[in-house]
Design a binder for this molecule. Structure first.
Ligand SMILES: Nc1nc2c(c(=O)[nH]1)N[C@H]1C(S)=C(S)[C@@H](COP(=O)(O)OP(=O)(O)OC[C@H]3O[C@@H](n4cnc5c(N)ncnc54)[C@H](O)[C@@H]3O)O[C@H]1N2
Ligand code: MOO
Length: 396
Protein backbone atom coordinates (compact mmCIF):
# COMPACT_ATOMS: atom_id res chain seq x y z
CA UNK A 1 0.00 0.00 0.00
CA UNK A 2 2.89 2.35 0.63
CA UNK A 3 3.25 3.10 -3.11
CA UNK A 4 -0.22 4.65 -3.27
CA UNK A 5 -0.20 8.44 -3.52
CA UNK A 6 -2.45 10.14 -0.91
CA UNK A 7 -5.69 11.55 -2.33
CA UNK A 8 -4.99 15.25 -1.67
CA UNK A 9 -1.43 15.00 -3.03
CA UNK A 10 -2.72 13.44 -6.24
CA UNK A 11 -5.36 16.16 -6.67
CA UNK A 12 -2.78 18.90 -6.16
CA UNK A 13 -0.26 17.26 -8.50
CA UNK A 14 -2.80 16.89 -11.32
CA UNK A 15 -4.06 20.45 -10.87
CA UNK A 16 -0.54 21.91 -10.77
CA UNK A 17 0.59 20.09 -13.90
CA UNK A 18 -2.43 21.27 -15.90
CA UNK A 19 -2.27 24.28 -18.22
CA UNK A 20 -4.79 26.07 -20.43
CA UNK A 21 -4.97 24.13 -23.72
CA UNK A 22 -7.40 26.31 -25.70
CA UNK A 23 -7.26 29.66 -27.50
CA UNK A 24 -9.78 32.44 -26.95
CA UNK A 25 -12.32 33.79 -29.43
CA UNK A 26 -14.88 36.60 -29.45
CA UNK A 27 -18.54 35.55 -29.48
CA UNK A 28 -21.87 37.37 -29.42
CA UNK A 29 -23.18 37.21 -25.85
CA UNK A 30 -26.22 35.26 -27.10
CA UNK A 31 -23.94 32.41 -28.24
CA UNK A 32 -21.77 32.29 -25.12
CA UNK A 33 -23.90 30.29 -22.67
CA UNK A 34 -21.74 27.71 -20.87
CA UNK A 35 -18.46 29.09 -22.23
CA UNK A 36 -15.52 30.10 -20.01
CA UNK A 37 -14.73 33.82 -19.91
CA UNK A 38 -11.26 34.67 -21.24
CA UNK A 39 -11.39 38.25 -19.89
CA UNK A 40 -12.36 40.08 -16.74
CA UNK A 41 -15.54 42.08 -17.20
CA UNK A 42 -15.41 45.64 -15.85
CA UNK A 43 -18.74 47.49 -15.71
CA UNK A 44 -18.71 50.25 -18.38
CA UNK A 45 -21.73 52.00 -16.79
CA UNK A 46 -23.67 52.20 -13.54
CA UNK A 47 -26.64 49.85 -13.27
CA UNK A 48 -29.14 51.34 -12.95
CA UNK A 49 -27.69 54.31 -14.86
CA UNK A 50 -29.90 56.82 -12.97
CA UNK A 51 -31.77 56.74 -9.68
CA UNK A 52 -35.28 55.43 -10.28
CA UNK A 53 -38.47 54.52 -8.50
CA UNK A 54 -39.01 51.06 -7.02
CA UNK A 55 -42.76 51.62 -6.77
CA UNK A 56 -45.74 53.11 -8.57
CA UNK A 57 -46.49 56.23 -6.53
CA UNK A 58 -45.39 59.82 -5.98
CA UNK A 59 -41.94 61.43 -5.84
CA UNK A 60 -41.31 64.23 -3.33
CA UNK A 61 -38.37 66.15 -1.91
CA UNK A 62 -38.21 64.91 1.69
CA UNK A 63 -37.50 68.44 2.91
CA UNK A 64 -40.99 69.45 1.67
CA UNK A 65 -42.69 66.91 3.91
CA UNK A 66 -45.27 68.19 6.37
CA UNK A 67 -47.92 66.09 8.10
CA UNK A 68 -51.29 66.44 6.38
CA UNK A 69 -49.89 68.66 3.57
CA UNK A 70 -51.73 68.42 0.23
CA UNK A 71 -49.15 68.15 -2.58
CA UNK A 72 -49.94 69.44 -6.06
CA UNK A 73 -49.05 66.86 -8.77
CA UNK A 74 -46.77 68.91 -11.04
CA UNK A 75 -45.74 66.22 -13.59
CA UNK A 76 -46.24 62.59 -14.60
CA UNK A 77 -43.18 60.41 -15.21
CA UNK A 78 -43.46 56.98 -16.82
CA UNK A 79 -40.55 54.54 -17.21
CA UNK A 80 -38.39 55.54 -20.17
CA UNK A 81 -39.22 59.27 -19.97
CA UNK A 82 -36.80 62.08 -19.10
CA UNK A 83 -38.38 64.12 -16.26
CA UNK A 84 -38.30 67.87 -15.58
CA UNK A 85 -36.76 69.02 -12.29
CA UNK A 86 -39.32 68.75 -9.47
CA UNK A 87 -41.06 72.07 -8.73
CA UNK A 88 -40.42 73.00 -5.10
CA UNK A 89 -43.21 71.95 -2.72
CA UNK A 90 -44.97 69.70 -5.27
CA UNK A 91 -44.92 65.98 -6.00
CA UNK A 92 -44.58 64.05 -9.27
CA UNK A 93 -46.72 61.07 -10.25
CA UNK A 94 -44.14 58.34 -10.93
CA UNK A 95 -44.11 54.69 -11.99
CA UNK A 96 -41.82 51.74 -11.25
CA UNK A 97 -38.55 52.07 -13.17
CA UNK A 98 -39.07 55.77 -14.00
CA UNK A 99 -36.19 58.19 -13.35
CA UNK A 100 -36.45 60.44 -10.30
CA UNK A 101 -36.75 64.12 -11.21
CA UNK A 102 -33.89 66.32 -10.00
CA UNK A 103 -34.72 67.52 -6.48
CA UNK A 104 -36.79 64.44 -5.54
CA UNK A 105 -35.31 61.92 -3.14
CA UNK A 106 -38.25 59.95 -1.74
CA UNK A 107 -41.07 57.87 -3.25
CA UNK A 108 -44.38 57.23 -1.54
CA UNK A 109 -46.24 54.21 -2.91
CA UNK A 110 -49.71 54.92 -4.27
CA UNK A 111 -51.39 52.65 -1.70
CA UNK A 112 -50.40 55.30 0.89
CA UNK A 113 -51.77 58.21 -1.14
CA UNK A 114 -55.20 59.80 -1.19
CA UNK A 115 -55.92 61.61 -4.46
CA UNK A 116 -58.07 64.77 -4.19
CA UNK A 117 -58.61 66.46 -7.60
CA UNK A 118 -55.17 67.80 -8.65
CA UNK A 119 -53.71 67.21 -5.19
CA UNK A 120 -52.48 64.27 -3.17
CA UNK A 121 -52.38 63.74 0.59
CA UNK A 122 -50.21 60.99 2.04
CA UNK A 123 -51.46 58.62 4.70
CA UNK A 124 -48.15 57.65 6.28
CA UNK A 125 -44.95 59.51 7.12
CA UNK A 126 -42.10 58.54 4.77
CA UNK A 127 -38.41 58.09 5.53
CA UNK A 128 -35.99 60.02 3.32
CA UNK A 129 -34.90 57.79 0.41
CA UNK A 130 -37.90 55.43 0.62
CA UNK A 131 -38.41 53.31 -2.50
CA UNK A 132 -35.53 54.92 -4.42
CA UNK A 133 -33.12 52.70 -6.31
CA UNK A 134 -29.96 54.78 -6.48
CA UNK A 135 -27.75 54.90 -9.56
CA UNK A 136 -25.21 52.05 -9.35
CA UNK A 137 -27.26 50.11 -6.78
CA UNK A 138 -26.61 46.86 -8.67
CA UNK A 139 -23.21 47.60 -10.29
CA UNK A 140 -20.95 50.63 -10.35
CA UNK A 141 -18.96 51.79 -13.37
CA UNK A 142 -15.40 50.45 -13.07
CA UNK A 143 -16.40 47.54 -10.82
CA UNK A 144 -15.09 44.10 -11.85
CA UNK A 145 -18.24 41.98 -12.08
CA UNK A 146 -17.03 38.73 -13.67
CA UNK A 147 -13.63 37.09 -13.86
CA UNK A 148 -11.69 35.28 -16.53
CA UNK A 149 -12.12 31.57 -15.86
CA UNK A 150 -15.75 31.84 -14.76
CA UNK A 151 -18.36 29.95 -16.70
CA UNK A 152 -21.11 32.00 -18.33
CA UNK A 153 -24.33 30.87 -16.67
CA UNK A 154 -27.74 32.19 -17.68
CA UNK A 155 -27.63 34.70 -14.81
CA UNK A 156 -24.21 36.00 -15.88
CA UNK A 157 -25.51 36.42 -19.46
CA UNK A 158 -28.29 38.56 -17.97
CA UNK A 159 -25.78 40.52 -15.88
CA UNK A 160 -23.59 41.34 -18.88
CA UNK A 161 -26.63 42.22 -20.99
CA UNK A 162 -27.69 44.74 -18.29
CA UNK A 163 -24.31 46.42 -18.86
CA UNK A 164 -25.02 46.73 -22.59
CA UNK A 165 -22.31 44.19 -23.46
CA UNK A 166 -22.89 42.44 -26.79
CA UNK A 167 -19.67 40.46 -27.29
CA UNK A 168 -17.39 38.53 -24.96
CA UNK A 169 -13.99 36.95 -25.18
CA UNK A 170 -14.33 33.28 -24.25
CA UNK A 171 -12.18 30.17 -24.52
CA UNK A 172 -12.81 27.81 -27.40
CA UNK A 173 -14.37 24.51 -26.28
CA UNK A 174 -11.90 21.95 -24.97
CA UNK A 175 -11.63 18.99 -27.38
CA UNK A 176 -11.72 15.83 -25.30
CA UNK A 177 -10.79 12.39 -26.61
CA UNK A 178 -12.15 9.23 -25.00
CA UNK A 179 -10.71 5.75 -25.22
CA UNK A 180 -12.37 2.65 -23.80
CA UNK A 181 -10.48 -0.61 -23.64
CA UNK A 182 -11.42 -4.23 -23.07
CA UNK A 183 -12.12 -7.21 -25.36
CA UNK A 184 -15.21 -8.09 -23.34
CA UNK A 185 -16.97 -4.87 -24.31
CA UNK A 186 -19.52 -4.45 -27.08
CA UNK A 187 -21.68 -1.43 -27.84
CA UNK A 188 -25.34 -1.43 -26.88
CA UNK A 189 -27.43 -2.56 -29.83
CA UNK A 190 -25.69 -5.92 -30.43
CA UNK A 191 -26.61 -9.12 -28.57
CA UNK A 192 -24.29 -10.38 -25.88
CA UNK A 193 -22.16 -13.50 -26.41
CA UNK A 194 -20.66 -15.42 -23.48
CA UNK A 195 -18.13 -13.29 -21.63
CA UNK A 196 -19.27 -10.03 -23.16
CA UNK A 197 -20.74 -6.99 -21.41
CA UNK A 198 -21.99 -3.70 -22.78
CA UNK A 199 -19.64 -0.74 -22.88
CA UNK A 200 -21.13 1.65 -20.32
CA UNK A 201 -18.09 3.79 -19.52
CA UNK A 202 -17.86 5.13 -23.08
CA UNK A 203 -21.37 6.65 -23.10
CA UNK A 204 -21.03 7.68 -19.43
CA UNK A 205 -17.74 9.49 -20.01
CA UNK A 206 -19.10 11.21 -23.12
CA UNK A 207 -22.05 12.41 -21.04
CA UNK A 208 -19.87 13.46 -18.07
CA UNK A 209 -17.60 15.49 -20.37
CA UNK A 210 -20.60 17.15 -22.03
CA UNK A 211 -22.22 17.82 -18.64
CA UNK A 212 -19.00 19.56 -17.56
CA UNK A 213 -19.32 21.86 -20.61
CA UNK A 214 -16.59 20.37 -22.84
CA UNK A 215 -16.71 18.78 -26.28
CA UNK A 216 -16.02 15.12 -27.03
CA UNK A 217 -14.43 15.25 -30.45
CA UNK A 218 -13.31 11.62 -30.73
CA UNK A 219 -14.46 8.51 -28.87
CA UNK A 220 -12.62 5.25 -29.66
CA UNK A 221 -12.57 1.69 -28.43
CA UNK A 222 -9.36 -0.34 -28.54
CA UNK A 223 -8.94 -4.11 -28.33
CA UNK A 224 -6.75 -5.44 -25.51
CA UNK A 225 -3.48 -5.42 -27.48
CA UNK A 226 -0.55 -3.02 -27.22
CA UNK A 227 -0.76 -2.28 -30.97
CA UNK A 228 -4.46 -1.36 -30.91
CA UNK A 229 -4.00 0.74 -27.76
CA UNK A 230 -0.97 2.50 -29.28
CA UNK A 231 -2.76 3.28 -32.53
CA UNK A 232 -5.84 4.68 -30.76
CA UNK A 233 -3.74 6.83 -28.43
CA UNK A 234 -1.72 8.22 -31.34
CA UNK A 235 -4.92 9.23 -33.14
CA UNK A 236 -6.34 10.88 -30.02
CA UNK A 237 -3.07 12.73 -29.39
CA UNK A 238 -3.22 14.41 -32.78
CA UNK A 239 -6.95 15.26 -32.61
CA UNK A 240 -7.61 16.26 -29.00
CA UNK A 241 -6.55 18.72 -26.27
CA UNK A 242 -6.97 16.18 -23.45
CA UNK A 243 -7.42 12.40 -23.42
CA UNK A 244 -9.42 10.28 -20.95
CA UNK A 245 -9.48 6.50 -21.00
CA UNK A 246 -11.22 3.76 -19.07
CA UNK A 247 -9.78 0.38 -18.13
CA UNK A 248 -6.47 -1.31 -18.74
CA UNK A 249 -4.59 0.48 -15.97
CA UNK A 250 -4.35 -2.28 -13.37
CA UNK A 251 -1.64 -4.92 -13.04
CA UNK A 252 -2.92 -7.78 -15.29
CA UNK A 253 -1.22 -8.91 -18.52
CA UNK A 254 -4.30 -7.67 -20.39
CA UNK A 255 -3.89 -4.13 -19.03
CA UNK A 256 -1.94 -2.33 -21.75
CA UNK A 257 -2.73 1.35 -21.29
CA UNK A 258 -0.04 2.05 -18.70
CA UNK A 259 2.68 0.21 -20.69
CA UNK A 260 1.83 2.04 -23.91
CA UNK A 261 1.93 5.35 -22.04
CA UNK A 262 5.37 4.52 -20.70
CA UNK A 263 6.50 3.78 -24.26
CA UNK A 264 4.87 6.74 -26.04
CA UNK A 265 4.76 9.43 -23.40
CA UNK A 266 5.63 10.43 -19.84
CA UNK A 267 4.01 8.83 -16.82
CA UNK A 268 3.42 11.33 -13.99
CA UNK A 269 1.65 9.19 -11.43
CA UNK A 270 -0.01 5.81 -11.02
CA UNK A 271 -2.12 4.43 -8.18
CA UNK A 272 -3.81 6.61 -5.65
CA UNK A 273 -4.97 5.83 -2.14
CA UNK A 274 -8.69 6.07 -2.91
CA UNK A 275 -11.55 3.60 -3.00
CA UNK A 276 -12.87 3.11 -5.56
CA UNK A 277 -10.43 4.26 -8.22
CA UNK A 278 -7.01 3.09 -7.03
CA UNK A 279 -5.16 2.41 -10.32
CA UNK A 280 -5.65 5.92 -11.80
CA UNK A 281 -2.88 6.96 -14.22
CA UNK A 282 -1.79 10.50 -15.00
CA UNK A 283 0.52 10.98 -17.98
CA UNK A 284 1.16 13.12 -21.02
CA UNK A 285 1.56 12.17 -24.66
CA UNK A 286 3.35 14.70 -26.84
CA UNK A 287 2.29 17.37 -24.36
CA UNK A 288 -1.36 16.24 -24.36
CA UNK A 289 -2.56 15.58 -20.80
CA UNK A 290 -3.85 12.05 -20.28
CA UNK A 291 -5.87 10.56 -17.46
CA UNK A 292 -6.40 6.80 -17.41
CA UNK A 293 -9.44 6.01 -15.28
CA UNK A 294 -9.96 2.52 -13.87
CA UNK A 295 -12.50 0.41 -15.77
CA UNK A 296 -14.92 -0.56 -12.98
CA UNK A 297 -17.87 1.78 -13.70
CA UNK A 298 -18.10 3.28 -10.19
CA UNK A 299 -14.30 3.75 -10.17
CA UNK A 300 -14.63 5.54 -13.51
CA UNK A 301 -17.35 7.76 -12.06
CA UNK A 302 -15.48 8.65 -8.87
CA UNK A 303 -12.19 9.34 -10.62
CA UNK A 304 -13.94 11.42 -13.26
CA UNK A 305 -15.71 13.48 -10.59
CA UNK A 306 -12.57 14.13 -8.56
CA UNK A 307 -9.68 14.13 -11.03
CA UNK A 308 -10.84 14.36 -14.65
CA UNK A 309 -13.28 17.19 -13.93
CA UNK A 310 -10.49 19.22 -12.31
CA UNK A 311 -8.01 18.51 -15.11
CA UNK A 312 -10.56 19.38 -17.82
CA UNK A 313 -11.52 22.63 -16.04
CA UNK A 314 -7.96 23.91 -15.89
CA UNK A 315 -7.24 22.85 -19.49
CA UNK A 316 -10.44 24.65 -20.61
CA UNK A 317 -9.29 27.90 -18.99
CA UNK A 318 -11.74 27.64 -16.09
CA UNK A 319 -11.06 28.46 -12.46
CA UNK A 320 -10.10 25.23 -10.71
CA UNK A 321 -12.75 24.82 -8.05
CA UNK A 322 -13.20 21.94 -5.68
CA UNK A 323 -16.74 20.62 -5.16
CA UNK A 324 -18.57 22.03 -2.14
CA UNK A 325 -18.78 19.76 0.89
CA UNK A 326 -21.62 19.72 3.42
CA UNK A 327 -21.03 18.38 6.88
CA UNK A 328 -23.39 15.55 7.76
CA UNK A 329 -23.56 13.03 10.58
CA UNK A 330 -23.11 9.36 9.80
CA UNK A 331 -26.21 7.29 10.56
CA UNK A 332 -24.07 4.15 10.86
CA UNK A 333 -20.83 2.91 12.37
CA UNK A 334 -17.97 0.93 10.81
CA UNK A 335 -15.09 -0.13 12.97
CA UNK A 336 -12.83 -1.30 10.12
CA UNK A 337 -10.53 1.41 8.82
CA UNK A 338 -8.78 1.11 5.44
CA UNK A 339 -5.59 2.62 4.05
CA UNK A 340 -7.37 4.61 1.31
CA UNK A 341 -9.68 7.66 1.31
CA UNK A 342 -13.09 6.20 0.57
CA UNK A 343 -16.02 7.73 -1.29
CA UNK A 344 -19.07 5.83 -0.11
CA UNK A 345 -22.20 6.23 -2.18
CA UNK A 346 -24.79 7.37 0.37
CA UNK A 347 -28.30 8.74 0.79
CA UNK A 348 -29.30 11.38 3.32
CA UNK A 349 -32.27 10.57 5.54
CA UNK A 350 -33.34 12.90 8.38
CA UNK A 351 -30.05 14.73 7.98
CA UNK A 352 -27.83 11.65 8.40
CA UNK A 353 -25.83 9.72 5.81
CA UNK A 354 -26.49 6.02 5.15
CA UNK A 355 -24.36 3.95 2.76
CA UNK A 356 -25.96 2.11 -0.13
CA UNK A 357 -25.84 -1.63 0.62
CA UNK A 358 -23.96 -2.23 -2.66
CA UNK A 359 -20.55 -0.53 -2.63
CA UNK A 360 -18.88 -2.71 -5.30
CA UNK A 361 -16.90 -0.59 -7.76
CA UNK A 362 -18.52 -2.62 -10.55
CA UNK A 363 -22.04 -1.50 -9.56
CA UNK A 364 -23.51 1.64 -11.10
CA UNK A 365 -27.16 1.33 -10.03
CA UNK A 366 -26.02 1.86 -6.43
CA UNK A 367 -24.56 5.25 -7.40
CA UNK A 368 -27.74 6.14 -9.31
CA UNK A 369 -29.80 5.28 -6.22
CA UNK A 370 -27.56 7.43 -4.00
CA UNK A 371 -27.36 11.19 -3.54
CA UNK A 372 -23.64 11.72 -3.26
CA UNK A 373 -20.35 10.71 -1.68
CA UNK A 374 -19.49 10.47 1.99
CA UNK A 375 -15.75 11.03 2.28
CA UNK A 376 -14.10 8.75 4.84
CA UNK A 377 -10.43 9.60 5.16
CA UNK A 378 -7.73 6.91 5.05
CA UNK A 379 -7.25 5.07 8.35
CA UNK A 380 -10.48 6.48 9.85
CA UNK A 381 -13.27 4.30 11.16
CA UNK A 382 -16.85 5.59 11.01
CA UNK A 383 -18.58 6.53 14.24
CA UNK A 384 -22.34 7.02 14.35
CA UNK A 385 -23.29 10.71 14.78
CA UNK A 386 -19.75 11.86 14.00
CA UNK A 387 -19.54 14.46 11.21
CA UNK A 388 -18.07 13.76 7.75
CA UNK A 389 -17.87 15.63 4.46
CA UNK A 390 -20.77 14.89 2.12
CA UNK A 391 -20.54 15.85 -1.58
CA UNK A 392 -23.88 15.77 -3.44
CA UNK A 393 -23.47 14.49 -7.00
CA UNK A 394 -24.75 17.80 -8.35
CA UNK A 395 -21.79 19.64 -6.81
CA UNK A 396 -19.50 18.04 -9.39
N1 LIG B 1 -4.28 -8.25 -8.95
C1 LIG B 1 -4.93 -7.08 -8.92
N2 LIG B 1 -6.05 -6.95 -9.63
C2 LIG B 1 -6.72 -5.80 -9.60
C3 LIG B 1 -6.25 -4.73 -8.79
C4 LIG B 1 -5.08 -4.92 -8.07
O1 LIG B 1 -4.60 -4.01 -7.34
N3 LIG B 1 -4.43 -6.09 -8.18
N4 LIG B 1 -6.99 -3.61 -8.73
C5 LIG B 1 -8.42 -3.76 -8.94
C6 LIG B 1 -9.05 -2.47 -8.97
S1 LIG B 1 -9.16 -1.68 -7.50
C7 LIG B 1 -9.60 -1.97 -10.09
S2 LIG B 1 -10.47 -0.49 -10.01
C8 LIG B 1 -9.53 -2.64 -11.37
C9 LIG B 1 -9.11 -1.64 -12.42
O2 LIG B 1 -8.71 -2.30 -13.53
P1 LIG B 1 -8.50 -1.63 -14.92
O3 LIG B 1 -8.61 -0.18 -14.85
O4 LIG B 1 -7.31 -2.23 -15.51
O5 LIG B 1 -9.80 -2.03 -15.70
P2 LIG B 1 -10.13 -3.36 -16.48
O6 LIG B 1 -9.42 -4.51 -15.89
O7 LIG B 1 -9.98 -3.10 -17.89
O8 LIG B 1 -11.67 -3.46 -16.11
C10 LIG B 1 -12.12 -3.57 -14.79
C11 LIG B 1 -13.60 -3.95 -14.80
O9 LIG B 1 -14.34 -2.94 -15.39
C12 LIG B 1 -15.07 -3.41 -16.53
N5 LIG B 1 -15.02 -2.39 -17.57
C13 LIG B 1 -13.93 -1.88 -18.16
N6 LIG B 1 -14.24 -0.99 -19.09
C14 LIG B 1 -15.59 -0.92 -19.10
C15 LIG B 1 -16.51 -0.17 -19.86
N7 LIG B 1 -16.10 0.67 -20.82
N8 LIG B 1 -17.83 -0.35 -19.63
C16 LIG B 1 -18.24 -1.22 -18.67
N9 LIG B 1 -17.40 -1.94 -17.90
C17 LIG B 1 -16.09 -1.81 -18.13
C18 LIG B 1 -14.32 -4.64 -16.96
O10 LIG B 1 -15.12 -5.53 -17.68
C19 LIG B 1 -13.85 -5.19 -15.62
O11 LIG B 1 -14.88 -5.95 -15.01
O12 LIG B 1 -8.61 -3.69 -11.31
C20 LIG B 1 -8.75 -4.56 -10.20
N10 LIG B 1 -7.87 -5.66 -10.33
O1 MOO C 1 -10.00 0.99 -6.99
MO1 MOO C 1 -10.97 -0.22 -7.46
O2 MOO C 1 -11.72 1.13 -8.10
O3 MOO C 1 -11.26 -0.24 -5.66
O4 MOO C 1 -12.40 -1.07 -7.58
Amino acid sequence: MSNLLPFEEALTAIEKAATVRVASETLPLSKALGRILAENIVAPINVPPQANSAMDGYAIAYQDWQDDKAFVVSQRIAAGQAPQPLQAGTCARIFTGAILPAGADTIIMQENAQVEAEQVRFLSTPQQGDNVRPSGQDMQQGQTVALSGQQLSAMKIGLLASLGITQVSVFQPLRVGILTTGDELIPAGSSLQTGQIYNSNGPMLEALVAEAGHMVTCSLHAADTPAATEQALQQLTTECDVILSSGGVSVGEEDHVKHVLEKLGTLHLWKIAIKPGKPLVHASLDGVPFLGLPGNPSSTLVTFHWFARLLLSVCAGAQATRPKAYTVKAGFRRSKAIQRDEFLRVTIQQGKAYPHAQQSSGALLAACESQGYLHIKARESVEENQEYDFYPFNSF
